[in-house]
Design a protein around this ligand. Structure first.
Ligand code: ATP
Length: 270
């Protein structure tokens, strides 16, 4: 190999996405939920997958984190295939999943929930440092450290779920719909912290959201998912200016007091 080839190779490795999906399909029994999804997440970036209710966003994250086995396609994390691995193996490789609906352990204290996130780690000093770091991001968790997690509000449980994922010291966090059921103010606060975590710790983030406005402002690169297929992708700066996307924003309405969102679809990307 000559020197130039070597330099090119180095660049290729540095530019290689930390996560890459190619033609991934997943199903629940006979129901195909995602169909031929390909996407790439660059190291240190925030990527987002936007889509309506039932488009398959949660399924993509479950398939990446090993909760669901893909029926076709490949999934590479840091260049290694993880498609056949179970969730615990994947967490150990540096990939944490914050599931939809938070799923904190309600009868454990906030502190013990955080320690559960660090169960794969042996570096006690690092765990203590990260505990301080998450209390820095979310001071209310320090105030509530001894309280059962089930007593926290929805927003605080979302903070705890993100923090528990951080306690595994991940390189990549999969974040499923953090805005679900939260007030606009809390959603904004949580998104600001997510962006800080990305900037300050260099943690790569793949975020799925129905709240396109928040997601496109926070993320660098976006994919639009419809009926299990990626129908558009671009930098978020470009996606924000697209008429189709703007139309989707305008079609997005709050419904009901829980702040759940419903998409009024006037147009699709086909
Ligand atoms: P939401 O925002 O409502 O969570 P989503 O975009 O995350 O939507 P998924 O939850 O991934 O969508 O669902 C994709 C498709 O798979 C939907 O048609 C849904 O009905 C179906 N589905 C999801 N979970 C299951 C399940 N456990 N069993 C059968 N079908 C399922």
């Amino acid at each position: 190999m000559n020197l130039m080839e070597g330099t090119d190779k180095m660049r290729e490795i540095q530019d290689a996405p930390v996560l890459a999906l190619a033609n991934v399909e997943s199903a629940y029994g006979p129901v195909k939920a995602i169909r031929g999804v390909s996407l790439a997440v660059q190291r240190g970036s925030i990527a987002t997958v936007l889509g309506a209710n039932g488009a398959g966003k949660t399924t993509i994250l479950k398939t990446i984190s090993g909760v669901l086995d893909p029926t076709r396609g490949s999934i590479a994390f840091k260049g290694e295939s993880i498609a056949a691995m179970d969730p615990a193996q994947i967490v150990r490789r540096g990939l944490s999943h914050v599931p939809e609906g938070r799923e904190v352990f309600p009868l454990l204290s906030v502190r013990d929930n955080l320690l559960m996130g660090a169960y794969t780690r042996r570096d006690r000093d690092g765990v203590a440092r990260d505990m301080e770091a998450v209390y820095g991001y979310f001071p209310v968790l320090r105030e509530r450290a001894g309280q059962d997690a089930g007593l926290l509000s929805g927003g605080q449980q979302q903070m705890l779920a993100i923090s528990r994922a951080l306690m595994a010291a991940p390189e990549l966090i999969l974040l499923d719909e953090p805005s679900l059921g939260l007030s606009p103010k809390l959603t904004k606060d949580i998104f600001e912290i997510v962006v800080r975590i990305n900037r300050e710790r260099g943690t790569t983030i793949l975020l799925v959201e129905q709240n396109a406005n928040m997601a496109l402002n926070a993320a660098d690169y976006g994919y639009v998912l419809e009926n299990g297929r990626i129908v558009a992708e671009d930098t978020c700066a470009v996606l924000r200016e697209k008429d189709d996307i703007k139309e989707f924003y305008l079609g997005m309405k709050d419904s009901g007091v829980r702040g759940e969102r419903r998409w009024k679809k006037r147009k699709t990307w086909r």
